[in-house]
Design a protein around this ligand. Sequence first.
Ligand SMILES: *Cc1c(COP(=O)(O)O)cnc(C)c1O
Length: 478
Amino acid sequence: MTAFRNLPSVERLVRAVEEQIGAEALPRTRLVEAARAELDAVRAVLREQRDGQQNDVNVVTEPENAYQAFERLVAAVRRRLHTLTTPSLRPVINASGVIIQTNLGRAPLSDAALAAMQAIGTGYSNLEYDLDAGQRGSRSVHLTALLSQITGAESALVVNNNAAAIYLALIALATGREVIISRGQAVEIGGGFRIPDVLRQSGATLVEVGTTNRTYARDYAAAINDRTALLMRVHTSNFRLAGFVHETSLAEIVAVGRQHGVPVLDDLGSGTLLPTALYGLSPEPTVQESLVAGADLVMFSGDKLLGGSQAGLIVGRKDLTDQLKGHPLARALRVDKNTLSAMEATLMAYARGTAPDEIPVWRMISMPLERLRPRVEAVANQLQAAAIPAHVVECASAVGGGSLPGDTLPSLGVALNASDLAPLTLDDIARALRTGEPAVVPRIAAEQLIFDLRTVSPQHDSTLFERICNVVKHQTTP
Ligand SMILES: *Cc1c(COP(=O)(O)O)cnc(C)c1O
């Protein structure tokens, strides 16, 4: 270990770092700060060792010469500067086959959505300006008409995400009163988001009716009293009950609500505007169906099956959406111009009827095997030509995003067998793929690493090949 007197000056350290990263990379003050911080940290360690040597009997420091010690310091300063020069948020090639992956940013945006964000984000816009009247306008007007026309709703509102939509609706409509919900729907959505907790936070009282597996219309009716504010249905997106199960249909809940003058809130979760059954999937309830069944407010995510930006969409009765818009919390949950522009462009694809071809999530869902096969074969052949034993496998993609649990789409992937890669483990390779540039996230199956090309944009096929090639070759030939 270096002694105090052998530590270099800040200036010498800064110059060495500058030589490596270039003098233009960062302002000199940043380098000076990092060098100082590193030297301070080293001094603190040295001081600790000097004062408490008896505790350090296990610390074995490798003998190193002055040059090595100095280079180690330079590297440490560069590590401190890393966060300033390298984005933490990085692109990922998703080869996992899970189309809507919350951890990987959910829905990739369409070209039209990106173009709209570019057009609006780089300049000024009429975000809250009425161009016709030449005076202050409202940001909520931009999507209201479009959403209403697409879904058949009377009115609409967009907030930060679906969790915010639920929270706002409960606070604006049910604080201090009761919300009736089927016991089987008092669920956790994921990431610790639990419907009963949100209800409590909003100041409403949860009244669970029925049993975990069976709830009838009469259970709702029996729980209604003069403190009842809402009947709520929650789409149990991420699990399915099977067997002796009865959920009351939305239409039945609406009938009970109408009879007693209580509004019905429908949390659809993902929500979809297109019928999933057309694509060989189980039918996920559509937004239009909920409105036809008579739900007073329907809430769903903007970045799940809709395929747009992160947002919570609320459609339904105008008097209720107005109440939500007028609540002080609406300001805290409002969306910015980027979200609005991307969402408007995404919804316009639905209006044009071109959503299945334009929106990445739907392109991936509808991608036929005949289109995947030549891509998968090309990547596998390239890898084989590079002496990497890859082969084509049949696999199954998932929609994800808490929608359609258990449903899969037949897919094709490029596979590497664990036995062909020994002594490397699949985890070694997966880790190297994740931490390199660009990051690649494959699926680790039993004894195989699978790259499902359904979730990979075709323009990334060659990059994927290069990453696999580099990682396997580098790791096997040290
Ligand atoms: C995903 C989901 C939510 C939360 O939506 P976010 O847009 O992630 O906030 C709420 N309810 C259900 C049923 C969901 O599936």
